[in-house]
Write a protein that binds this ligand. Structure first.
Ligand SMILES: Nc1ncnc2c1ncn2[C@@H]1O[C@H](COP(=O)(O)OP(=O)(O)OP(=O)(O)O)[C@@H](O)[C@H]1O
Ligand SMILES: [Mg+2]
Length: 567
């Protein structure tokens, strides 16, 4: 992730060559990009470099640019680590701008503002959660002030601000988002001594509560994170991994319907969807966003359904946001699912983790009963990964939660196409053949025994020798199929990978349906009849195999002739 732009006190800035350049100042006049910071800029970057949960690791290296150099020539390089890649990008950017987070010792956070060290006592961390969509810290400044710094989604911060350049920042945030940047708003609040004492008490009570702790904490957090003064907003670029577009296209050609569920802002999500090929430029994008009431939402859904019916020639994409989705699912679930089904691509933005899981559940129980696969890289994807039939975690910068809760883990999104189209295809064919073969071999095995009863006058005499019985299951019919079901590659992997359409041949559990089952069973009977009557007619009346006329008793193809004579 890379910091690109920010808005401070209503002024837009861009980072150019590690310098903060206000809007309107071109790079040809680098003097515009000053090395000192205004009061607002300094406070903004102070907030950014204090409000996070980033850790620092000191790595030893021979050469270091901005690290500490010891007398033995070895220097230590400072590296930031964070479970949130946004935070890492922001703290790194703040360092480039001259406000560097230089570590925590005990409960004191140290920052260097243009080389000058300042120490802030960390009093409380109000942790990030995907439902609140914001996180805060309460610190004590060197002058003794108790200050809350908070950052989060604009929908979580702006409604709680009472001063600052709210409208201009909102415009800037929308602008950043439509460029595909991930946006965060930054705000602060100063507490009086009494206010702080009160919230400290409330926080302590909520954190140590034995019952309803989560709800009580959420209430106290809401109480604290209000009456904010807006400082500005940040725009961070989250680069797409390579070959995302090709992978999504391949999945589509394979007949797989792709839905994107994200916690991102509407504009960011649409812009990313366009750049990753989830939405095409030619698609007609329908929106179900910012719905306020059930009635409004139902009306919008009906309108969308009408539009879909009228222009069924062109492809449609649907954008839904979390709040509208909850309204739509409350009473108009069927209508909503009908609309979704008629669209070629669906994008759900501003989704809370549980909403993601709910959407997957809805799809699972829809009349077509599709097999669902959820793929994600963050902790907020865990519930949908667990809800889907197949959960895939991507090992990424957002920790290992998704990977630990998934059925399969991959390192890059692009490996999904190989996983499904090549390995998925092979293993489906292998497992399907293995299962059908087990039915087949039992039919082949038992039918001659049954037929034999007519020739031994239902005396219950067995057709097979016990050694043969044992070997039939352990060797004859298990080893060949074992090798087949481990190594069979009926088509070259490259062909499967480059022709996603081949995946359609095995879609909807095609090889384990009634028809293939009937085919294998009939094949079993046919072969059983050939085994039994083939031997019968081949041997005729002469049941002796050995030259001296001795009969081999209990050997599959011979014994029933012997028995026939006995009776
Ligand atoms: N560390 C953080 N501190 C404050 N706010 C954050 C932080 N991380 C994310 N947010 C805000 O919360 C919102 C929801 O985050 P969440 O992790 O659920 O989804 P996401 O990261 O935006 O998207 P995705 O679902 O694709 O991972 C983000 O869009 C962002 O505005
Ligand atoms: Mg995330």
């Amino acid at each position: 992730m890379q910091f690109r732009e920010c808005s401070v006190n209503g002024i837009k800035y861009q980072e150019i060559n590690g310098k903060l350049v206000p809007e309107g100042v071109t790079v040809d006049f680098p003097d515009g990009a000053s090395t000192s910071l205004s009061v607002e800029e300094e406070l903004f970057f102070k907030a950014v470099s204090l409000c996070h949960t980033v850790h620092i690791s000191h790595e030893q290296s021979e050469s270091s640019v901005d690290g500490l150099r010891y007398s033995n020539g070895i220097s230590t390089q400072m590296e930031y680590y964070a479970s949130s890649p946004d935070e890492k990008a922001l703290v790194e950017a703040s360092k480039r701008m001259g406000v560097a987070f230089s570590g925590t010792s005990g409960d004191v956070m140290e920052i260097k503002i243009l080389g000058k060290l300042e120490r802030y006592k960390l009093l409380h961390v109000l942790e990030f959660d995907a439902n609140r969509r914001r996180m805060s810290v309460i610190v004590q400044s060197p002058s003794g002030d108790k200050i809350l710094f908070t950052k989060g989604a604009e929908s979580a911060i702006l409604p709680n601000t009472k001063s600052g350049e709210i409208e201009r920042t909102r415009l800037h945030v929308d602008e950043f988002a439509s460029k595909g940047l991930r946006t965060l708003c930054v705000a602060f609040r100063r507490f009086t001594a009494e206010e702080y004492q009160d919230i400290d008490q409330q926080l302590h009570e909520a954190r140590t509560a034995l019952q309803h702790r989560e709800e009580r904490l959420a209430d106290v957090f809401n109480l604290i994170e209000k009456d904010l003064e807006l400082l500005g907003a940040t725009g961070v670029e989250d680069k797409l991994q390579d070959k995302v577009q090709e992978t999504i296209e391949a999945l589509r050609l394979a007949g797989i319907k792709v839905w994107v569920l994200t916690g991102d802002k509407h504009e960011t999500a649409v812009s990313v969807s366009l750049s990753c090929g989830h939405f095409h430029r030619t698609m007609n994008i329908l929106e179900l966003v910012q719905q306020k009431s059930d009635r409004e939402c139902a009306e919008q859904l009906r309108q969308l359904a009408r539009r879909l019916k009228d222009d069924h020639v062109i492809q449609h994409g649907l954008v839904v946001d979390g709040a509208s989705l909850s309204l739509a699912l409350r009473e108009h679930e069927k209508l909503f699912m009908d609309v979704c089904r008629s669209c070629s691509a669906v994008l759900c933005c501003r989704m809370a983790p549980l909403q993601k899981a709910k959407v997957v559940r809805l799809l699972k129980i829809s009349p077509e009963k599709p097999i669902t696969l959820a793929i994600g890289d963050g902790a907020n994807d865990v519930s949908m990964i667990q809800e889907a039939h197949v959960g895939i975690g991507i090992m990424g910068k957002e920790g290992r939660q998704a990977v630990r809760n998934s059925d399969y883990a991959i390192a890059r999104f692009k490996f999904l196409s190989k996983l499904l189209l090549v390995h998925g295809h092979y293993y489906y064919i292998r497992v399907a053949t293995l299962v059908q073969y087990f039915f087949y071999k039992n039919v082949c095995f038992i039918t001659p025994q049954f037929l034999y009863q007519f020739f031994c006058l239902f005396s219950q005499q067995t057709l097979y020798d016990s050694v043969y019985l044992t070997l039939y299951n352990i060797c004859f019919t298990s080893l060949p199929i074992l090798v087949y079901s481990l190594f069979e590659q009926h088509v070259h992997p490259h062909v499967l990978h480059t022709k996603p359409g081949l995946y359609r041949d095995i879609s909807k559990n095609a090889l384990l349906g009634f028809k293939p089952f009937l085919y294998w069973t009939l094949l079993g009977f046919a072969h059983a009849f050939i085994f039994f009557f083939g031997s019968y007619f081949l041997m005729g009346e002469d049941t002796s195999l050995l030259g001296n006329g001795q009969v081999c008793n209990n050997v599959l193809t011979l014994c029933f002739f012997y028995c026939r004579k006995e009776f």
